[in-house]
Structure formats: structure tokens, C-alpha cells
Design a protein around this ligand. Sequence first.
Ligand code: MLZ
Length: 276
Amino acid sequence: TYQPFDWDEYLKETNSVPAPANCFKQAIEPPKNEFKVSMKLEALDPRNVTSTCIATVITVLGSRLRLRLDGSDNKNDFWRLVDSREINPVGHCEKSGGMLQPPLGFRMNASSWPMFLTKTLNGALMAPANIFQKEPPSPKCNLFQVGQKLEAVDKKNPQLICCATVGAVKNDQIHVTFDGWRGAFDYWCKYDSRDIFPVGWCAKSGHPMQPPGQKNNTGHSRYKFKPALTAPVPPPPITSTVAEAPEADTSAPPPPPITIQIRKSCSGGPLIDSTQ
Ligand code: MLZ
């Protein structure tokens, strides 16, 4: 049976504190999720955010939706909160003078898009406008402090919301580090990212939460009891965006993480793509 993660016990064990709720761009109470599987809506294409596409609800979980763009494959699903600015009722794009676009990687010839669109919407279950929620406001500034605990989306396994710690703070960014994992999943994000949540969010919204990674084979806990003293990797340039990685094989044990840093001006040799 599913045992919700005991944050109180873990905070004591690790002698740590949660990041206060006012640090986050999240509603005080997780928004109610009234979407149903198979409902259609409009979504910005995550791989091309200037275009609006038709998407279908694949999964409803907590305050989140797993979405698939109509005309795309099942390898590019993505998750959005029900109060995301990036989803709207069907008709919103046209009302605001725009045109619905085929997704990047549309599986048919572009010339078949108009007919595809007609057919995909014909007889479809449209998500009603009243179940979309307004996006909450951003905090005025970055209020996070190093060492505070939070719940964060694992961007490599975006169905997962995991136990995490603020590893560093720099300007308007925070370094999200995943407790009990060796850094392979860590990332920098803006303080008002929609992928980070206050402690207790999962339990309140009915979303599963991934506990810290397991102890290693020495029997020692891999939990971080104190923020690391070593300097973390600095945040990437704020202009960069990275497409979501495909889902990981959840059956395999995690490989040892490897971090390779290459000076942009140097060649990494034939096996290293130093343009990444
Ligand atoms: N089973 C996968 C998921 C890891 C999730 C880590 N989250 C911080 C793996 O072991 O790679």
C-alpha cells in the first residue's frame, strides 16, 4: 500500500527546513483537477513555444495533466499544471487572432494538416473553459535559501515529483538537487519555475512523491544533511532552452553519474559533442 512520505520525520532526521510557500509561483492550495482523460485543449508546443497545437489529456494526476499533441507520436508527452498559462480551451488561439499549428514532427505531410485538424476535433470531448485555472503570480524576487527542502519535478523523468534541496542560489536562479541521488538529475531553474513546489504539495494535491534515493552499499545514508561546501556548476546562460529528454528506463538501476565540462573554445575530440 502507498505510504505518503513522512516529511516531518525527514526534516528532523536531516536537521533541515522547508522553503516557505511564498518562495514559489504556486497557488496556496493545489488547484482542483477536473480534467478527464481524452479531453482536448490547446497547448503551446513545448519544442516550439511560438506555436499553439491541439493536445489530448493522457493522464490526470494531482494538479497535473500528461498531454500529447495531436498528430505527434507518444514519445513526446509532457506535463502541465491545470493552472499553466500554456494551456487553454479550444478556440482561444483563433479568438486571439492566431492559427492552430501542426506539432513539430507532425507525422503526416504538412499539406494534410487542415483535414487532420478538422477530423481530430470532430466529435472530440473539449475541455470546458471553466476547468482551466488562472496562473498564480510570481513572487517579487528570489526568496530561496541554500539548504531549504522542496518537491521538484525530475526533468529527465517528468512524471516524477521528488524530494529535493536548494543546493545554491544565484540571482534569479536556484540549483535544485535531488536528495539521495548523485547529481545526474540536478538542474538550475528560475525561482518562479512551475516545476518546483513547497513541501507537502504532493500529499495535498494527491500526486505521488518520490522519496530520497536509497542508501548506498556501504550502508551509509546518501541523504544530504548539510548543504555541500563545494561550489556547484554555475547556471547556464538564461537564453538557453533544452528539449525534454525521453523517458528513462525505470527498471534499470541508475548508472554512476558523469559530469564532463568542456571549455567551448576547445575540441573534445571525435567522440565528444562540445556544442551541447
Ligand atoms: N528509475 C530511474 C528514475 C530515477 C529518478 C531520480 N529522480 C531524482 C533511474 O533509476 O534512473
